[in-house]
Write a protein that binds this ligand. Structure first.
Ligand code: COA
Length: 434
């Protein structure tokens, strides 16, 4: 048995044994989404309830399951701090029994290095290789920054976690204990593409040149854009999130990465969530590299790609082009994620463009999503000066280089026809248009 295998064996433990070392009041940090060590987290919740531990916090970006800590009963003992609020965590955050961390995604590793303490780091990883390395798989994100900050490091080894290429590894010598838990990874199915998604996708596809490097965000419309790119050639990918649609783009030969002036021949991402088909595609695939998020989302790295195209969705836009993508009024809905990072990076890239997409209305056409001013309490995600294109099913408004008055006019023109008169009236009252 080699040295690393011996070390591995010596560090093996059950989930219950590991969580016995986590004390009341401690701060636990986990990397994003599928990196959440669900066996350890469940064992911790059970222990916290059983032994009435108080004040443990569990920091995570994007939980993908209905964890016990999301219930009011458990949250006083084990409280979630969401660095990006998922659909599962939304109610808990909105009702105050989970907390959230405002941040740009690119700066999450720096926040861990310089601002937030951690007692424990835990994560799901792929099995160890002969040299003693585990891969953070599809959740490289801010894993190493959190790990280096923590006093104790626990890994949950799962054979279903793909071993990915790039810079997301942890060595057995850096770890305090290991728990083996082979459970199929959670799968995230894509929402079916609607007629409106297709229209928006086609508008954007027309504005993407061949050989561009793209980033696709979270939500229905970015998925439709991936489908609308079927007639492009030699695209590249540099994206915080690797999406299911990207597997199709690579397998069909539309994405080759060969014209990228940064990381040519490589798709670069920070994390992924999708179906088993995607996880199998990513396993030991040297064409896709996962890197820490302070590299992937670094504005300077994004900006150094020529023709960088960023596509993200939003919830509301005002007539100056301020964008709210993370709250509905004052209610936290998701998070800033990397939206600002990519909008800014694409803005600096030579030939770059950023697209922010939205349907023109919500709730059966009863609410306009283009508004004179953002709803009271909204959290501004992208500032007006950063925003480039806004796209709805009624067209495309390019805001860069437009005056306040031109912006208001362009945005009213892509609002739902039922609201254009009212928006025009409000814009006049605000002296935005004559
Ligand atoms: N007022 C009231 N309700 C609204 C609304 C508004 N202005 N805008 C949307 N809604 C409702 C919708 O009707 C929908 O409700 P339903 O679920 O009952 O149908 C729900 O809110 C979600 O809206 P939708 O437009 O379908 O969201 P999405 O799943 O496409 O996600 C974002 C859109 C903006 C939430 C998502 O892209 C996001 O979190 N972005 C920020 C982070 C980011 O872009 N990161 C970058 C890369 S990953």
């Amino acid at each position: 048995m080699n040295k690393w295998n011996e070390m591995y064996k010596a560090k093996l433990a059950s989930a219950e044994e590991i969580v016995k070392n986590i004390n009341a009041g401690e701060i636990c940090a986990s990397t994003c989404a599928l990196g959440e060590p669900i066996g350890l987290v469940d064992a911790l919740a059970e222990r916290a309830k059983r032994e009435k531990l108080e004040g443990i916090t569990h920091h995570l970006l994007l939980t993908l399951r209905n964890n016990q800590y999301l219930s009011p009963e458990v949250s006083s003992r084990l409280k979630h701090v969401a660095w990006f609020t998922s659909g599962y965590a939304r109610k808990a955050v909105q009702e105050g029994y989970a907390d959230f961390m405002p941040c740009y995604y690119y700066e999450a590793p720096k926040l861990w290095r310089e601002f937030v303490e951690a007692d424990v780091f835990y994560a799901t990883v792929s099995p160890m290789d002969k040299q003693g390395w585990f891969s953070f798989g599809v959740s490289v994100s801010n894993a190493r920054a959190q790990m280096l900050r923590a006093k104790k490091v626990y890994l949950e080894v799962n054979k279903y976690m793909p071993r990915t290429h790039g810079r997301g590894f942890v060595h057995i010598s850096e770890v305090d204990a290991i728990y083996e838990n082979d459970v199929p990874l959670i799968e995230m199915m894509e929402a079916p593409i609607t007629e409106k998604d297709e229209i928006v996708g086609n508008y954007i596809a027309e504005l993407i040149p061949n050989e561009a490097t793209i980033q696709l965000g979270i939500g229905g419309i970015p998925n439709a854009v991936a489908k609308a790119l079927r007639n492009k050639r030699d695209l590249g990918i540099h994206s915080e999130m690797f999406t299911e649609g990207m597997v199709d783009l690579i397998e069909s030969g539309i994405v080759t990465n060969r014209k990228k002036n940064v990381n040519p021949y490589k798709t670069i991402a920070g994390f992924a969530a999708g179906t088993r088909r995607m996880y199998d595609f990513l396993h030991d695939n040297p064409g896709v590299e996962f890197h820490p998020i302070d590299y992937v989302n670094d504005v300077n790295v994004i900006a150094s790609h020529d023709n960088f195209i960023s596509i993200n969705a939003t919830l509301e836009v005002d007539l100056l082009g301020q964008v709210c993508s993370e709250s509905i009024g004052s209610k936290q809905f998701s998070g800033t994620g990397g939206q600002v990072d990519f909008v800014r990076g694409a803005g600096v890239s030579k030939g770059g463009k950023s697209f922010i997409t939205t349907y023109s209305t919500a709730k059966n056409d009863s609410i306009t999503k283009i508004k004179p001013t953002l709803a009271e309490g909204s959290h501004v995600t992208c500032a007006k000066n950063d925003v480039d294109y806004i796209v709805t099913e009624y067209g495309v408004a390019r805001l860069k280089g437009k005056t306040a008055s031109q912006r208001a006019t362009a945005l009213i023109n892509i609002a739902h026809p039922n609201f254009r008169e009212e928006l025009t009236h409000e814009a006049k009252k605000m002296h935005l248009i004559p």
